[in-house]
Design a protein around this ligand. Sequence first.
Ligand code: NIG
Ligand code: FE
Length: 406
Amino acid sequence: MIRADFALRHAGQLATMVPAPDDPLGRIKDGALAARAGRVVWVGADRDLESQVGLDGDLLDAAGACVIPGLVDAHTHPVFAGSRADEFAERVRGVGYRAQQSGERGIARTVRATREAGVTTLIELAAARANRFLAHGTTTIEAKTGYGLDLDNEARSLEVLRKVAEQTRLRVIPTFLGAHVIPPGVDRQAYVRSLIDEMLPAFRPWAVFCDAWCEAAAFTAAEARAVLGRAKALGYEIRVHAAQLAPGEGPDIAAELGACSADHLEFATPAQIKALAKAGTVAVLCPGANFTTHGPRPPIEAMRESKLPMAIASDLNPGTCNSESLTLAMTLACIQWGMSPVEVLSGATVHAARSLKLEGIAGCLQPGSYADCAVVDVETPEAIPYYVGVNRVLRTVAGGAVWEPL
Ligand code: NIG
Ligand code: FE
């Protein structure tokens, strides 16, 4: 008898996301699962639950709805204050996103609002975002700093992430993105030096990953190489905002450094895609940002051909995609880019988890994995992206307990 302190039963279809020979979703019809101390201890057919599991704790009845692993969002920017709704309206009128990144506008404007906000406000804002993630079935996020852009304010952003992880049920994996843009009014060289000499060594205990935006509007290839090279030497795992708005060396840098993820990749070349696949990097695609900025379709065929794993992320941020809904991102990847429902489901679970070094632990349901799942009102897991911009998540389970909205 397996002992458990939480169980879920009557999942019409339970997608384990552990591929079976005939089913990439490894689904169990009329499935059930059991957990102890926040980890899955048993997954199987509902009819075997009672004979195999001794439950002392809560039982959730999915009543025939589908159950999937808690979604894993591998690219988010949740620590910010202020609004850029007016810039959104401007873009709708035809102004380009790039044209908005000058002077005190765009990212620089969010940096100012974030610095001016008190830490309590920042925590409240980020915690509200965490709750929206959970409401939409996401249980793990990669969370970037990047709107502080100096030693004190980046430290504060990392502190906000720690507090949000403590105060909410969301798993938060912190990424230091001091190399988001050069902050307004600061000398480029001095800023890069402060990243390398001060911020990177100071933040290593707090941030697992280091990211940089390699793009004309942000950091040159030489600067990104210098920052990320130092980060790697200090023990950070690497992510790169690469070839989002124009072709560039971002994907090459990611491959050279054996990055865990190369993100966006709209303008990556076939050779770069091959190099990323060879390096074991995951492509983290951001369909929401691509949609709102009218970006081109990323080279999906080249990625398929090279067997480069494709994760799908919300890219929650105040500029290009103010959304915590990973299921909306999945819908957009299907409709706008022709990815299949199975590809986007894998992209929002197993591939995203791999990019966070949580393969086998998050984004799947098997003994030993996090007892994180979403009960979704859909006919099959593949139908999730078919529902456009409506939240079909009935219940989110995080760490073996049903999450209650605040
Ligand atoms: O992922 N590429 C850079 N960063 C964000 C946008 C940030 C912003 O506009 O505030 C992105 O699209
Ligand atoms: Fe981003």
